[in-house]
Ligand binder design. Sequence first.
Ligand code: NDP
Length: 307
Amino acid sequence: MVDTYDLIIIGAGPAGYTAGIYASRGGLKVLILSGKLPGGQLVNTTDVENYPGFDKGILGPDLMKIMRKQTENMGTTILDKTVIDVDFTKRPFKVSTSKETFIGKSAIICTGADPRKLGLEEEKTFSGRGVSYCALCDGPLFKDKELFVIGGGDAAMEEANFLTKFATKVHVVHRRDKLKASKAMQDKVFANKKIEFHWDSEVAGIKGDKMVDSIIIKNSKTNKETTLPTGGIFVSIGHVPNTVLFKDKVELDKMGYIALKESMQTSVPGVFAAGDVHDHTYRQAVTAAAYGCMAALEAERFLDKDN
Ligand code: NDP
């Protein structure tokens, strides 16, 4: 016997949980399939100081535990299983794990995005211990330190500028001799006296004991390696949306994010998306949660019309 749900939510970050809370509270029978990392990117962060409702901040994993509990309290079924296939060609939709297939009258894709990694072994070791992928989230925790930003795009430049509010100095390490960022952004960073650029350079190593204390950068033209002391490294070399599963199932944009029509709707009626899987601009827990709310309300409207 296959279980049929009004709504299947794929992914369990702030977007997925919030969608679950709203949809279950709205009376729908809801299943969340959480995937390999229940809680999403926030499970890999430490202090979260900018999620409203926590005056002293909260640890990312704790925030996600609370969200999960709240979602379950509303009646959502959450299974820590990974979706390996979807069939959105006709309704009801089919969502499959390696062992089971679930049936959903509607679906919300909340699979998020992962920050692109440099690919160094030490990057993993020091993630959350001086290596960060979000200056807006973690920057204020690095007061009065000398910091490094890796990347040459708009996000990296925005982060470098932002970090100068807290840091004594910000170094930008970029693999080319010119930035990819827009002219306006370049004008800003070049005018900022606290930012120093290391051109044609890549990160060759990250060192430290418990926390990062130095970075090795290598100039690709001279092959010279330099070790510099640092209190924190912000990797900002783009994001990779988790959409492999949905290629040819719903429309993606040219960067691989889910392309939305109006009202959180994907190219398939009844399939919605919420959070970093479609939003490459804001990428915040609170914005993902808000998108989750909107997608759930739209799914409810869709089902009302449909029945
Ligand atoms: P981008 O893809 O624009 O830039 C990524 C940067 O990282 C590039 O400079 C790239 O180098 C570098 N890079 C990629 N892979 C590696 C690697 N393995 N090692 C070292 N460096 C690497 O991503 P962003 O996140 O900056 O921006 C995403 C989108 O969001 C863009 O369209 C951007 O314009 C937009 N955005 C706009 C903002 C604004 O307008 N305020 C703010 C933030 C983002 P290379 O230059 O060599 O390709």
